[in-house]
Each structure stands twice: as structure tokens, then as C-alpha cells.
Write a protein that binds this ligand. Structure first.
Ligand SMILES: Cc1cc2nc3c(=O)[nH]c(=O)nc-3n(C[C@H](O)[C@H](O)[C@H](O)COP(=O)(O)OP(=O)(O)OC[C@H]3O[C@@H](n4cnc5c(N)ncnc54)[C@H](O)[C@@H]3O)c2cc1C
Length: 510
């Protein structure tokens, strides 16, 4: 359909319409609004508050890249999660043997992790993992997005759209909204993804997962902690708060039947091998390990981010983190395109950078589902992983993956830091580099007071902030170029090769 922005009756033309006010849509809105783009968020739900987003169901584990992203935008201290700090740098060296995370229910421990293997992670970095609550995160992000000028319309479900070379007309709540770009952050059943015809490829589930709050007659019949059993997994985090995995091939979740007290009791009894009784069921939801990923995250003027782009089991808690990473990556690139400052290929680099990271997370979740299966082959693999995870290298490997500390974007670059998140350098006056990233600009960091670097940064019309300073620990670096999302695009330990730096700058900025 040949739609133009002019022939629609839509009142305003937004730079970006975002479908979905979940954490990913809201964080993307913050990033775009910070970069002075006009943003409209359309959200299907009328109410921002759902019981499934509150404690304990709404509990989410944040990993290092998300924590850093929130810190770099001055959002971290607004979250209560500060009260639940789990900092590996405090615990890992000689600390007690505390569980620091898990893979398929197999714990790894703080005391086993060798943080010296993460050469570029400075002491005093933000924590590697934290706990938050979905509702609180969304409240903080909504508040920030609105303070920056974003419009959020609740009760406006996106039902369709048409895109042309000039823009997109989005239909929601019986109205039309015109925009230059549309981003689908509308979750696993994304209407944007389906309407645009994105291919959503992947694998079918092994199990149905249950999250429930129930009254139990004898909760003590269930063992504490996470229990992998011959028929699945169960966990009672506090009396009556249940998480269960039942390896039914995802049949129950797929049936869309409501979870009744009788059904949940039958599943819990079978999985826990107890005769525990559920006297009352308050609330329950189901999920699966279906793992699918859009084969591309872009179709013309339409992008996908978050669960709209990829779904997988919540084992080890990675979906929100993956989506927040999408938003941090897409935000500055889309803003640059809107302001006419995107070099060729910048927008497509969102897909080439984020798709492989999404694929790794899907495989991580598939690997966990596979070794949790109640069969002898899986149990044999499970035992091997349990041995490995108890070694220093094993625990460090699993922590690096689960916490996202070892996440690297595949960028061209000679220096080993290229593609990684910038270390949180602390300058002589006590300021940390993350605190200089609140405005979302790129940074050219110069530890050697090199005037030619200053001149070069100034050619980029305010896009790149030049910082000349001495850091307490420079990790051997002389200079580094840091993108607005905190990723190191270029770094050197030697004399700066200006031609090389100019080339890298031209890849990301214009
Ligand atoms: C039990 C469980 C535990 C989890 N634990 C973790 C964890 O510890 N760590 C972690 O990183 N991840 C975890 N996850 C995954 C995480 O919750 C999701 O990956 C994350 O919520 C995705 O965010 P999103 O914004 O992409 O999508 P959503 O949170 O699904 O938000 C999408 C939004 O779009 C709206 N919407 C839908 N359709 C439309 C439409 N047509 N028009 C407009 N709006 C629409 C929805 O109402 C919703 O507000 C867990 C998931 C589950 C089920």
C-alpha cells in the first residue's frame, strides 16, 4: 500500500513510535528522548500495574550490561535494588562460599570466581548482578521517559501499520499515528513482528513452567531451594511461592487452559514426589522454553527489540537483560539517523551486533533446558557440568556468561578491549567515567593530553566529548573511543595512530 505521511489525518509526526511500554520500550524511549527525538509510546494495557510484575513474580535478575546502562544514565540510584547489592568484587576473593548464580539449577559460588581473569573489569565497577522488580523498573523508566518529553498512551493496542519510504502510519486504539520509525517492543506475541512479516525461527519447548502463589497445607514437605528432580524442577522461594518446571513438551502452556488448583497440585505432587496439598491458589502463570528469534531485527523503517525480537526460557534470567541491551544499542543509532548524522550502515549495525548476542542467549537457555530433562543422558551431562562449575575456571566462565561480564560485540579492532563495555575508570578527582555518560554522548578519552585528539573530537559537532584526564588505574591504555552505549570502539596502549582513529570515528559518527 502506497501510504504517505501527508495523506493521513494523524495529528503529529513523531520521530519514533514505540509499541509496548515494557522495560525495553521504556528504556528505548529514554534513550531516544535523551537524544532529543520526539517519541510516542503506545501501550495496550490500561493499567501500568499488574500483579505478575510485582514481588515475587516480578523479580528479575539484572546482569552487568544492564546495570552499567542504568548507571550510565543516572537511573540506577532510583531503584531500590541498591539495597540488594551482590558485588563480586566484595565477595569473590576470600569471601564465604555463597551462591552467586546458577546454570540449569547448578549453583556457582562467589568464592570460586577468579575476577583477575576479567582483566578490564576494575574494582569499584558497578555490581555484576542485582535483583529488581519489574514494576519498579517500569515506574522509574516511565518517569524518566516522560520527564524527557516522551508521550505514553496507555490503553492503545497497536493493531497494524503501513510503512512507505517516508515513514510509518501506526493504527492503535482506533486512531492513526504518523512517525518516521516504528519499533516493536510489544513482547513475545508482538503485533509489530507479525504485521511486518518478520520470520521468527527457532525450537519448540520441552516443558511448561509455572509461577504461582498458593496456600499449602504442609509447605515443609517441599525441600528448600531449587530442586532438580527425576520429573522436572520445583522451588519454593518462600512459603507458598512456587516455581515449577514440568517436562510435558510445553503442552499445558500451549493449551492456553487456566491453571486450576487441582492441576497445579497434580503437577507439584508429581514433580516433587510428595503428597503436598494446595488448599488455595491465589495466582498462577505459565511459561515455556520455546526459543525463537526474528531472523532480522529490521524491516525498512520498522525495528524489533526485546521479547518481540527473541524469546527463550527465563532460566538464569536473561531476557530482560538482552532486551535492555537491544535498547541501549538501537537508541543512539536511531537518534543519529533521525538527526541526519548516521554514517552508512550504522542502523544496520544494530542487527549485526545484537542478533548474534541474542542467538547466544537462546543457545544458553536451550543448553539449560536440555540438561534439566528428566532422562539418563541429561543427568549424565548435568553431573559433568556440576563438576566443572565447582572449579575456578568453571565458576569464572559461568559467572562471566550469566552476569554478562564477558559479553563482547564483534567489532573490527586490534585492541582486546574493542567491543567490550568501557571499564569504569576513576579519575584523580574521584569522578568515574560512567558518571560522565549521563547525556548519552560518545567520549574520546585521552590519558596523554594529546591536542590532536581534542581537535579531532571537535570536528564532530558535539557528538563526541573529549575528556583529557588521568585515571587512578589506566589499565595500560593511552586513549579510547567510547560509543554512546558505553562500548569501546577503539583503544590503544601505544602512540595514537591518527589515521586509524579517524577511520574508526567515521564508521560511527558523521
Ligand atoms: C517467570 C519469568 C522470570 C523471568 N526472570 C527474568 C530475569 O530474572 N532476568 C531477565 O533478564 N529476564 C527475566 N525474564 C524475562 C523478562 O521478563 C522479559 O524478557 C522482559 O520482560 C521483556 O521485556 P519487553 O519490554 O521486551 O517485553 P514485555 O515485558 O513483555 O513488555 C511488552 C509490553 O508491550 C505491551 N503490548 C503487547 N502487545 C501490544 C500491542 N499490540 N500494542 C501495544 N502494546 C502492546 C504489553 O502490554 C507489555 O507492556 C523472566 C520471564 C519470566 C516469564
Amino acid at each position: 500500500m502506497n501510504t504517505t505521511l501527508k495523506n493521513e489525518s494523524a495529528r503529529a509526526i513523531y520521530d519514533v513510535v514505540i509499541s509496548g511500554a515494557g522495560p525495553v520500550g521504556l528504556f528505548l524511549a529514554c534513550e531516544l528522548a535523551l537524544a532529543k527525538c520526539s517519541v510516542l509510546v503506545l501501550e495496550k494495557a490500561i493499567e501500568a500495574h499488574s500483579p505478575l510484575k510485582q514481588l515475587p513474580f516480578g523479580i528479575r535478575g539484572l546482569s552487568s550490561p544492564t546495570i552499567e546502562a542504568l548507571y550510565r544514565r543516572n537511573l540506577l540510584q532510583e531503584l531500590e535494588i541498591h539495597k540488594h547489592l551482590k558485588n563480586p568484587h566484595q565477595n569473590a576473593v576470600q569471601g564465604p562460599r555463597r551462591q552467586a548464580g546458577h546454570f540449569a539449577g547448578i549453583p556457582f559460588h562467589d568464592g570460586d570466581i577468579d575476577i583477575t581473569q576479567w582483566k578490564y573489569r576494575l574494582p569499584g565497577s558497578t555490581p555484576a548482578s542485582l535483583i529488581t522488580e519489574m514494576q519498579e523498573l517500569e515506574t522509574v523508566l516511565s518517569r524518566r521517559a516522560e520527564a524527557l518529553g516522551t508521550e505514553i498512551k496507555r490503553g492503545f493496542a497497536v493493531t497494524g501499520f503501513n510503512q512507505s519510504n517516508e515513514g510509518v502510519i501506526v493504527q492503535a486504539g482506533g486512531e492513526s499515528f504518523a512517525c518516521k520509525w516504528l519499533v516493536g517492543c510489544d513482547g513475545s506475541r508482538s503485533v509489530v513482528r507479525k504485521t511486518a512479516g518478520f520470520e521468527f525461527a527457532g525450537t519448540e519447548p520441552e516443558f511448561t513452567g509455572y509461577s504461582a502463589k498458593a496456600d499449602l497445607l504442609h509447605p515443609e514437605l517441599l525441600k528448600p531451594g531449587r530442586n532438580v528432580t527425576p520429573t522436572g524442577m520445583y522451588m519454593q522461594s518462600q512459603p507458598g511461592y512456587l516455581a515449577i518446571q514440568d517436562f510435558d513438551g510445553g503442552a499445558f502452556h500451549g493449551s492456553a487452559k487456566p491453571v486450576t488448583r487441582e492441576h497445579l497440585q497434580e503437577v507439584l505432587r508429581r514433580v516433587s514426589s510428595t503428597d503436598v496439598t494446595i488448599s488455595k491458589l491465589h495466582i498462577a502463570s505459565t511459561w515455556t522454553d520455546r526459543a525463537r528469534q526474528a531472523t532480522s531485527y529490521r524491516n525498512g523503517r520498522v525495528f524489533l527489540a526485546g521479547d518481540a525480537a527473541h524469546i527463550h526460557a527465563p532460566l538464569g534470567g536473561q531476557g530482560l537483560n538482552l532486551g535492555m541491551g537491544d535498547a541501549m544499542n538501537l537508541g543512539w543509532k536511531l537518534a543519529a539517523a533521525i538527526h541526519g548524522k548516521a554514517p552508512e550502515g550504522l542502523l544496520d549495525s544494530y542487527v549485526t551486533e545484537r542478533h548474534p548476542i541474542g542467538a547466544q542467549v537462546l543457545d544458553w537457555s536451550r543448553a539449560q533446558a536440555t540438561i534439566m530433562k528428566p532422562d539418563p543422558n541429561a543427568r549424565a551431562l548435568h553431573a559433568i557440568i556440576a563438576d566443572l562449575i565447582n572449579t575456578t575456571d568453571g565458576a569464572t566462565y559461568f559467572a562471566g556468561r550469566v552476569w554478562g561480564v564477558s559479553t563482547q560485540i564483534n567489532l573490527d579492532g586490534k585492541h582486546p578491549l574493542v567491543g567490550y563495555s568501557v571499564p569504569n575508570f576513576e579519575f584523580e578527582d574521584g569522578t568515574k567515567i560512567g558518571q560522565l555518560m549521563h547525556h548519552g554522548h560518545a567520549i574520546l578519552l585521552d590519558f596523554k593530553h594529546n591536542n590532536s585528539l581534542k581537535k579531532l573530537a571537535n570536528e564532530y559537532d558535539g557528538q563526541i566529548h573529549y575528556i583529557s584526564a588521568v585515571a587512578k588505574n589506566q589499565l595500560g591504555l593511552n586513549a579510547a573511543l567510547i560509543r554512546p552505549d558505553g562500548i569501546v570502539a577503539w583503544a590503544t596502549d601505544d602512540v595514537v595512530d591518527i589515521n586509524e582513529l579517524q577511520k574508526v570515528m567515521a564508521t560511527w559518527f558523521s
